[in-house]
Design a protein around this ligand. Sequence first.
Ligand code: ADP
Ligand code: MG
Length: 592
Amino acid sequence: MNARAPIRRLDPDLVGRIAAGEVIERPASVVKELVENCFDAGATRVTVRVEEAGLRRIEVADDGAGIVPEELPLALERHATSKLPEGTDLSAIATLGFRGEALASIAAVAHVTLLSRVPESDVASGVEVEGGTLSRSFEGARAPGTTVTVADLFFNLPARRKFLRSPAAEQVEITTVLGRLHLAHPEVALTLESQGVEVARYPGTSSLREAAGRVLGREFSEQSFAVHARTPGVAVEGWLGRPPLSRSTSGGLYLSINGRAVLSRALNQAVRVAFADYLPRARYPLGALQLEIDLSRVDVNVHPSKREVRIARESEVADALREAVRRALLAAPQEAERPVGATGAFAMPPAELDGGAGDSMPAAEPSAEPELVSAVFAPAVRQTYLVESAPLRRVAGSARHPPLTLLGCLGALYWVASSGEDGVLVDQHAASERVLYEELRVKGRLARQELVSPSALRLSARQVATLRAETAAVAASGFVVEPFGPDAWRVHAVPSYRGRRAPVEELPRLLDELAEGGRPSVPDGLAERVAASIACHAAVRGGDVISSEEMGRVLEALYALSDAAFACPHGRPILVRLPRRRLDRWFGRSGA
Ligand code: ADP
Ligand code: MG
């Protein structure tokens, strides 16, 4: 191309496709836009049917207000909307749509059919659009409401098709979007069918707790607490998971503002700060929160797909949210126990916690009273005691690591050992996880153990979609799971490490993490993130009471690792050394 080509107007078809690229990223974006239109139309029931993860066909049918026949072509035109009546502007938008570009965008990159009936009419009217131009109008039969059918998405955008993930992974996105929509409008019944089979059903409910349980899983329904607050600027309503239910990404926290599902770093962060004392680093709270904020304070016109919004005086809202969550956590003291594994006021900077030689303890006051020492040793465990007085067990040293003598275990969480004259503490989850991670990297899969009697399990729609999308990862993990009836699943085998079996309940947790792309704190590629997730969910957990033989086996395996940098796959320390010198100082023997 020469350096100075003439400027020309692009043809409308190309303009349409360019614009569509912003609104319609993938099949799940079509589902989101179409279902939001149903919400705006006052629907009480919406059915979404997809074929081939939406690439072949997406159909969304509702029982909403409908579109009069003469407006059908207009609905498909760009910048045509019924949601901004004349005389209104963008300062207080109460509907989900207002840009009038979703249907036009979809029609620019797919074949679209609209069929709609308003209650006053006996027949339904339809229009069909091919490549952005109206090709046919027709009459049909349907109950009052609207059906939009989208076929061959991105047929004229091969580049976009190339960037999509596997159909199974796109199906996970669709399921995720549906859950997000349900938690913004739980009063509307949503059903998802894939290839003619119902894969998700969210009955309409006035209870956000019930809706959250359906989307976030059974464990969530059993272990959540209510958040409820009303300040002059903002009302907050919702349910959050108790701290032990945390996730490895922020993807388990569903936020909506004025009925619109949104993503917001600032508000996520506010919730996380409220949980600060109860969650370890790199863990995120989960749940569903609905915020009501004065319409005039919310600018929804900042993102083409409207998934982010701008809030005037956002810090005020964030403060109110943080306070509401903090108070809710405190109001449920028996539920707000610090979980095993949390780091609190005594959290230690990782730099001080390498497994190498030297003085690596945090700066405790040399004059500290003995009681404080126990707090420094195991800050997160309320009751600190020796669970087991293990028979002495020696772990042979290696070129890089001195031999250890295992002494016992604190709070089913930290192993206590001696190394020469020094003390050594080992995080049992981190150590076990690291060993399994290496085994996965070397062997490609973890050992499994068949269960004598298969264990029944309920999975959420998204967990099921993830099971189908991540067959290789699930197979590598050692879990074997098969469908058993329409809603139920059966686990036939679980990961096992030299005789210890991972609990069946780890499978849904693993699936949730895989749905969000695996452990995000692992810097390497996707394969490493997935391996880290698998290792984490197959490993011994903090709180599991295990035998000293097992501790010894894990330590031996850890010592045998060629690259024995003692951090777990996502960077937490595994082993902390308490040098004799440091102990002497605590006990006032510094001169000795
Ligand atoms: P927007 O939602 O921003 O108005 P859309 O392109 O999504 O833009 O829709 C254009 C118009 O089509 C809407 O304003 C509405 O009048 C009509 N419409 C779309 N979907 C439905 C539906 N499911 N039920 C009733 N009317 C609809
Ligand atoms: Mg719309």
